[in-house]
Write a protein that binds this ligand. Structure first.
Ligand SMILES: NC(=O)c1ccc[n+]([C@@H]2O[C@H](COP(=O)([O-])OP(=O)(O)OC[C@H]3O[C@@H](n4cnc5c(N)ncnc54)[C@H](O)[C@@H]3O)[C@@H](O)[C@H]2O)c1
Length: 276
């Protein structure tokens, strides 16, 4: 790419992006960013009401955006969603796997020991964060393999590097996602096309539905866990969803054409700090 054209590296006009969990905090922000960079954006979520509100907020042109019901744990809904998006917006060039999260029921606490945790809650959390990424990669990755190009972005977590206390199922699942991202990057490049790239971001701590109760008291002050995180984060604060966007757009852009199999920490320095 000519250096004079470098800003065009972030022009996604004519590209179609599917975002699972696209009605959520991070998926919604990525949808907004890709839409404003010209992409056709399909928001996949199992919560259509939330998705509707998001589309209203984005003011998206219906010719280049779609809300599509999909439950990432139900393969048939993903297959249907892929067909709907292909028909309305064209084949998916970009897949963002942003459906995921931790469940309070799968989190240890003084009154809920590891040995008392509900087995179903552990399974649900592991499934949502593993199969909920693997299946969309299989459904949407097939078209990429056939066309010989595409970009996939998964969402791992700080807890994949060194497990955070309490979130047992979430930690195991996110470690699996970092591993799967590397596996799929190698597989797609070697078996199908070196023009298919697969990467992940590993965000640090943003206040969201999944962690609010763990990090903040009802009056907005920090819980002891929240304080420990801030003390361990050199930037001294939680992150904002829009602060992930530079890295996300970079990973999706042809300007990162040589980047695959990377899990990029976006964490205010959390993973770099030894605590000393
Ligand atoms: N918020 C953080 O601090 C943080 C940090 C690191 C990683 N992450 C990860 O980033 C991703 C997005 O997190 P978020 O904070 O935006 O969460 P969120 O709860 O705001 O958004 C998740 C979205 O996924 C949807 N969803 C849940 N289960 C689904 C299913 N089975 N099928 C389809 N959609 C489903 C929800 O309806 C919601 O819209 C998750 O994988 C999360 O683990 C978040």
């Amino acid at each position: 790419m000519d250096l004079k054209d470098i800003s065009r590296g972030y022009d996604f006009t004519g590209r179609t992006a599917a975002i699972t969990g696209g009605a959520g905090l991070i998926g919604g922000e990525i949808a907004r960013a890709l839409g404003s960079c010209g992409a056709n954006v399909a928001i996949l979520d199992r919560d259509p009401e939330r998705a509707d509100r998001l589309i209203d907020m984005l003011g998206c042109d219906p010719n280049c955006s779609a809300i599509v019901f999909a439950d990432v744990l139900k393969r048939d809904t993903l297959v249907r969603a892929e067909a709907v998006i292909r028909e309305r917006l064209g084949p998916v060039d970009i897949l963002i796997n942003a459906a995921g999260g931790n469940a309070a029921r799968a989190t240890t606490r003084p009154e809920q020991s590891l040995f008392d945790l509900d087995e179903a809650a552990i399974r649900e959390t592991i499934e949502l964060n593993t199969m909920g990424t693997i299946e969309p990669c299989r459904v949407f990755g097939k078209g990429m393999a056939e066309r010989g190009e595409g970009v996939i972005l998964n969402i791992s977590s700080m807890t994949a590097l060194r497990p955070l206390s309490r979130v047992v199922a979430y930690s195991a699942a996110k470690a699996a996602i970092s591993n799967f991202t590397q596996w799929l990057a190698v597989h797609m490049a070697q078996e199908y096309s070196p023009q298919i790239r697969v990467n992940a971001i590993a965000p640090g701590f943003l206040i969201g539905k999944q962690n609010r109760d763990l990090l903040l008291n009802p009056d907005g002050s920090l819980t002891p866990r929240g304080q420990t995180i801030i003390d361990q984060t050199p930037l001294g604060r939680f992150g904002e969803p829009e602060e992930l966007l530079g890295a996300v757009l970079w990973l999706l852009s042809p300007l990162s054409g040589f980047v695959t199999g990377a899990v990029v920490p976006l964490d205010g320095g959390f993973s770099a700090y030894s605590g000393v």
